[in-house]
Write a protein that binds this ligand. Sequence first.
Ligand code: MN
Length: 430
Amino acid sequence: MSETIISANLVASHNAARQPDLERDYASLGERLDRRGIAIDVIRDKVEKFGVAIPSWGVGTGGTRFARFPGPGEPRDIFDKIEDCAVIAQLTQATPTVSLHIPWDKADPNRLKQAASRFGLGFDAMNSNTFSDARDQELSYKFGSLSHADAGTRRQAVEHNLECIEIGKTLGSKALTVWIGDGSNFPGQVNFAKAFERYLDAMREIYAGLPDDWRLFTEHKMYEPAFYSTVVQDWGTNYIIARELGDKAFCLVDLGHHAPNVNIEMIVSRLIQFGKLGGFHFNDSKYGDDDLDAGSIDPYRLFLVFNELVDAELSGAKGFNPAHMLDQSHNVTDPIESLMLSAVEVQRAYAQALLVDRKALEGFQEKNDALMATQTLKAAYRTDVEPILAMARLRTGGAVDPVAAYREAGYRAKVAAERPAVASGGGGIV
Ligand SMILES: [Mn+2]
């Protein structure tokens, strides 16, 4: 039995007070879904099994390139971060794993494993960092890493990624995510083709160091920090990378890493169709890579992404096994609260997508009935699935209302007393 950080008695009394209303709401929704030929318990079971990883860097307060305003009780190190992640997992029962970032989270891997398993947490994909310089690093990444003009700098970046794999092996991770900030800020600064060729050569070396049961995720991002050209800037480039490297290489889609108005759900469909969808970094944005909470700006888009994922799941698309992870920056909210609600939002989109009448949708598509086809999606999206999500949490030991339980527990005030405030800290977002 894993340890819990929030008192189990507190969660139990929180739930007891809400259970009668929840049971009525669940029964009522169950009856309405039954009329649509949907068994509510089947949806709930799938939601209970659905997990999304928490990024270790997400539990600290984020910032912008102008400033960072630290919050109270920020984690001081990876062990504090693991405790914050344990709170999120306990109350939502939706985040069974943590995704580590090296070197930010560097510590004795056996200690890390022990700290996480105390709370029943596992480790998701490892994340390397060659977009900033670590302390005591010999060569700088100011002008790039895996695509750098200098062979020595590329070698250093390759070695770092191989080290991430080694650490991950001890932790039980099964994937490495690589995102680089390489690119240029001025026309003419970099030769596009040469930089990409150098990147591919370096990635081939990293790929060669991957255990047989691991996957390599490459993450594209249109711009920032390189504001003129970026080496891995779009899904087309990312697809080329995955195809060039081999069967263990897949594309990772961060929802904030596209141009405005880009049809992300169609990109997702393409990657599924050609067996190269590796996983997601969920977040939301209004303008660019805003890294806002999942579903906070455009929940319908999140639903449409999940519509593609559920379609692939139900049709048994070959090799379909995407990794789910949040990747957000919390500048003005309590990161634990934002991450709890974001995990729930991702579950919500999944549950809604499970409600799509796919047979009817296919019929409308075949008959070119655009209006009814789109209404079929809307009917699923408009369904308030909150009772399903809350019931899943209740049954698995989470809190019916995670934020309310978290506030009742006074966790933030407690850790604020234990963890001294820091003026600034690592808050990079990728
Ligand atoms: Mn990301």
